[in-house]
Design a protein around this ligand. Structure first.
Ligand SMILES: Nc1ncnc2c1ncn2[C@@H]1O[C@H](COP(=O)(O)OP(=O)(O)O)[C@@H](O)[C@H]1O
Ligand SMILES: [Mg+2]
Length: 364
């Protein structure tokens, strides 16, 4: 295929969230695996300060090296004007202002967390009139917020755990709330990810410290009753014709000495193993896959999502959370689950882009 016929994909990564580095690692993997025959790649990094720069030509520079996390630093300054009459990536550099770098056909926002997975960049892309991979404004905003995710899931009759919300002015839990939850509890920022700011509290004297840690990230904090169970997740994928499927589930087995699935275990240490497919009987597997699709629709999901569950020893299933832009790092479950289900990484990425283009922007 001649190069001018290829689809121009802006892969956007980094960003202002606490998951900047994780996004870089995910993007490195996406850039390395998008089909070069079909797609022309435009890597666009967003610095931790929010500046858009042309990303490195070599995605390998975005990987984790010797436990050092990657960061988007400098590069040619670019922007995507919120003007639907042009979908050009425009240079902002002094002396080159307004120079058109390239027209863009579709955006793959490989961004996690605030300003990426929360509906804000999705809103910008709607204004630009550019199709993009993944959830729209509503689902992105809902799923970024663990309180509203639970509310929508519960409204559809899906099982969620017991929790309390501490808003900006709620200093701590009341005695009644403590009694309702029982120990241990998980204290977490309402709108974060990659386990940042999360503490497992086994003694009420440690609660306020945990709240402060979560508040360093988000003034709204969730305190959840601990759920004892295996951690199982399912990938959900929307195809260009609009039908939605769930992958085979994966089980995350973390090292027994670890408290929970924390940041280092997720991305740096080898403290977790994935069983794909999860060792579950056929009935439980199908039940989880059906629930994953239901959860996807409950939050008005689009494109893709990863749906995370706890499966308790008695077989009870509880939904933990969804992720509208799950990790795409080499150790991430989402692409691995699809590979085992029969959709290899390259096909998965092509499907995501084809679905984005088929859907377009605006009300749908
Ligand atoms: N209510 C809970 N009960 C048991 N474990 C939990 C609970 N909430 C969180 N965890 C543990 O903490 C991890 C991260 O929490 P999660 O809510 O998934 O936040 P994140 O968005 O950062 O991934 C989970 O994968 C799990 O290991
Ligand atoms: Mg999680």
């Amino acid at each position: 295929m001649a190069s001018q016929e290829r689809i121009r994909v802006a892969v956007v990564f980094g960003g202002q969230s606490t998951e900047h580095a994780v996004s870089c690692v995910s993007a490195a993997s996406v850039l390395a695996n998008l089909d070069p025959e079909r797609f022309e790649l435009l890597p666009v990094g967003i610095t931790p300060q929010g500046s858009w720069v042309l990303g490195p030509a070599d995605p390998a520079t975005l990987a984790i090296e010797d436990r050092t996390l990657p960061t988007v630093t400098s590069g040619t300054s670019v922007t995507l004007p919120a003007d639907p009459t042009s979908t050009n990536l425009v240079v902002l550099e002094r002396g080159r202002e307004g120079e058109i770098l390239s027209a863009v056909d579709v955006v793959f926002p490989v961004l996690h967390g605030a300003f990426g997975e929360d509906g804000t960049i999705q809103g910008l892309l709607e204004m630009v009139g550019l199709p993009y991979v993944g959830a729209g404004v509503l689902a992105s905003a809902v799923v970024m917020d663990k309180e509203f995710t639970k509310k929508l899931l519960r409204a559809e009759g899906l099982p969620v755990g017991t929790y309390e919300v501490l808003h900006r002015n709620d200093k701590t839990l009341t005695e009644t709330q403590k009694e309702r939850l029982g120990l241990p509890v998980f204290v977490k920022p309402a709108r974060a990810g990659s386990s940042t700011g999360i503490t497992k509290v086994t003694d009420w004297t440690k609660l306020d410290e945990a709240i402060a840690e979560a508040r360093a990230i988000d003034p709204k904090v969730l305190v959840e009753a601990m759920i004892v169970g295996r951690e199982i997740e399912c990938g959900v994928l929307e195809f260009p014709d609009g039908h939605v499927e769930a992958s085979l589930p994966a089980e995350i087995r973390i090292d027994e000495n670890l408290d929970f699935y924390d940041f280092a275990t997720k991305y740096i240490d080898d403290g977790a193993e994935l069983d794909i497919p999860a060792k579950l009987d056929d009935e439980a597997t199908e039940h989880l896959r059906t629930m994953a699709v239901k959860a996807f629709h409950a939050v008005d999901g689009q494109g893709l999502a990863r749906v995370d569950f706890f499966v308790s020893p008695d077989g009870a299933i509880t939904l933990n959370e969804l992720n509208t832009m799950p990790g795409f790092t080499p150790t991430s479950a989402y692409p691995k689950m699809w590979a085992v289900t029969g959709v290899d990484y390259r096909t998965l990425l092509s499907t995501l882009i084809d679905t984005a283009i088929a859907r377009g922007t605006g009300l749908r």
